[in-house]
Design a protein around this ligand. Structure first.
Ligand code: UGA
Length: 439
């Protein structure tokens, strides 16, 4: 099938590459000339495992093209995916900024020729598909098209696998023709028996927000249980296992830590609250999830302060991991950014390392000393904080870390190491939701 993808950000690029991998003829379109130029030269602007190889392979096979022009790809396309960004609104009121989605609809409209399915892949508030429908009809009256909603559930760092082996495909549309076109797009997934959820556009849009809000709820829930464990002498990892083995609960997304971050959960929980508020419906659980997450980040700063004997002022702190999670260079809403900013505000100096995210972090935290590796970061520091559970921090040479540190204080905000083993090595070891009596 001939497919156009509007937007070569994270979602657009991964979707375009994977759709080409399915065998479709895909053109990825972006207004940003320099971005398209780099992509044409084989340079991928984001770090995502497996993406570069997949892009190169499909470009070479002639199935994946990058362009700044809508013609001829848009008029020829049977299906057009809108995959532009929907950042949090600059007004700071929790709404998603839909201007890029609406611009994309306005720009494709004049180029539509034969019947086309326009698909919203961007994460958008309920009702956006209807707005896109209206914009296209007004811009190009009489053109034959349908709008569908097809939210993505890609995780950064695992996006290729999530696209190629999804838990489900959600298709929101009131048109049988659009439904059939989208089923044809995803036909390769029939072989692995991927379930399809076919519904109306508003429900599909809500599914996306509800999924992210529910996952965020699991995280805030386990973080509160972790805090309780610290008070009563419990072990949150055992609690997570003990409840997670119940199939109705499930073991995933029950890792206690410094709170969720990234470009999705913080933005989407706020946007869901706005949708609820606009419709006069209470969404108290999601409200609490957002509050608990902010409190968790603050609690982590206090944890570091206490580990340092009550004050971070004048202390040198090593931070391992800046990205909001491993396998990405994304630092948007990363707990590391909030926590480091607070530590610096309170007079600490910070040395940090991250395998991928240091370039991004430099832009927002210029005061930090960026180091070439974890051991260099620990050199002369009063404490080390393991902030993001990158694989290379899971097997640190702990004796070398201890030797590099001024004080053997290890604050493990991702519960990577074992309490008893760390104590045996002579560390003052602090983690999340576990006590000093744990193994
Ligand atoms: C999330 C969803 O998992 C995807 O399904 C969705 O498509 C995506 O948002 C999106 O809306 O585009 P992502 O933000 O890439 O994906 O990352 P996650 O793996 O979900 O992690 C989010 C945050 O939660 C991270 O900061 C992570 O450290 C934290 N987390 C996750 C925990 O603290 N504990 C857990 O048990 C799991």
């Amino acid at each position: 099938m001939k497919i156009a993808v509007i937007g070569t950000g994270y979602v657009g690029l991964v979707s375009g590459a994977c759709l080409a991998e399915f065998g479709h003829e895909v053109t990825c379109i972006d207004n940003d000339e320099s971005k398209i130029k780099s992509l044409k030269e084989g340079r991928i602007p984001i770090y995502e495992p497996g993406l570069e190889a997949m892009v190169l392979k499909n470009v070479q096979a002639g199935r994946l093209i990058f362009s700044t022009k809508y013609d001829p790809a848009v008029p020829e396309a049977e299906v057009i995916f809108i995959a532009v960004g929907t950042p949090a609104s600059r007004r700071g009121d929790g709404y998603a900024d839909l201007s890029y989605v609406y611009d994309a609809a306005r720009q494709i409209a004049p180029f539509l020729k034969d019947y086309t399915v326009v698909v919203n892949k961007s994460t958008v508030p309920v009702g956006t598909a209807c707005q896109v429908q209206r914009i296209i009809s007004e811009t190009n009256p009489g053109v034959s098209f349908d709008v569908a909603s097809n939210p993505e559930f890609l995780r950064e760092g695992a996006a290729i696998n999530d696209f190629m082996r999804p838990d489900r495909i959600v298709i929101g549309t009131d048109s049988k023709q659009a439904e059939e076109a989208l089923k044809a797009v995803y036909r390769p997934l029939y072989l692995i028996e991927t379930p399809f959820v076919i519904t109306n556009t508003k429900t599909a849009e809500l599914i996306k927000y509800a999924a992210n809000a529910f996952l965020a709820t699991k995280i805030s829930f386990i973080n509160e249980i972790a805090n309780l464990c610290e008070e009563i002498g419990g072990n949150v990892q055992d609690v997570a296992k003990g409840i997670g083995l119940d199939g109705r609960i499930g073991r995933k997304f029950l890792h206690a830590g410094p709170g969720y971050g990234g470009s999705c959960f913080p933005k989407d929980t706020h946007a869901l609250l706005r949708v609820a508020q606009d419709n006069g419906v209470a969404c108290r659980i999601v409200e609490a999830v957002v509050e608990v997450n902010a409190a968790q980040k603050a609690r982590m700063t206090r944890k570091i302060r206490q580990a340092l004997g009550g004050s971070e002022g004048g202390k040198k702190i090593a931070i391992l991991g800046l990205a909001f999670k491993p396998e990405t260079d994304d630092i948007r809403d990363a707990p590391a950014i909030t926590i480091i900013s607070k530590l610096i505000e309170n007079g600490a100096s910070v040395r940090a390392h991250d395998p991928q995210a240091m370039n991004e972090a430099r832009k927002v935290l210029p005061e930090v000393v960026y180091c070439s590796g974890p051991y260099e970061a620990c050199e002369g520091a009063d404490a080390v904080v393991l902030m993001t559970e990158w694989n290379e921090y899971r097997a640190l040479d702990l004796l070398r870390i201890k030797k590099a540190l001024k004080m053997p204080i290890f604050i493990d905000l991702r519960n990577v190491y074992r309490t008893a083993a760390m104590k045996q090595l002579g560390f003052d070891y602090f983690s999340v939701g576990r006590t000093s009596a744990d193994n």
